[in-house]
Design a protein around this ligand. Sequence first.
Ligand code: ISQ
Length: 146
Amino acid sequence: MAGFSEKEEALIKSSWEDLTKNFPTFSFHFFTLLVELAPPLKDLFPFLKGSSNVPKKNPQLEAQALKVFKLTFDSAIQLREKGEVVIADPTLKQLSSVHVQKGVIDAHFEVVKEALLKTVKEAAGAAKWSDDLNNAWAKAHDAWQL
Ligand code: ISQ
């Protein structure tokens, strides 16, 4: 698996700071995109099921979005340090079993990836966003599939 350059790591770290500065807003943005891209995904999240809009300031929503962003960020750090991503076995087993139980398919990961990359773009703003930043996040995302 392709490792991560120092530059890619620096881009991701700076972007991570931008995201975490205002995570309630970006997690709302992320789920709004997710539901726009694939409305049936709503049914997979208890806090979205049956409601017509994405809730604002919902702690569960923020916690779920943070899991995805943090896992991707941690993957980037691991790619830089070890050249590969190793996810601890209990975490891996637990996440895989939840995903199987809920009927998650590969196409869902693509939608999550697209929403994640768009959210990164939003958080970076026009001044900081670049193809390199986008590709670094895409690479980190592709390094884990649960
Ligand atoms: C996948 N698994 C758990 C939580 C998630 C939150 C947002 C998008 C995808 C997810």
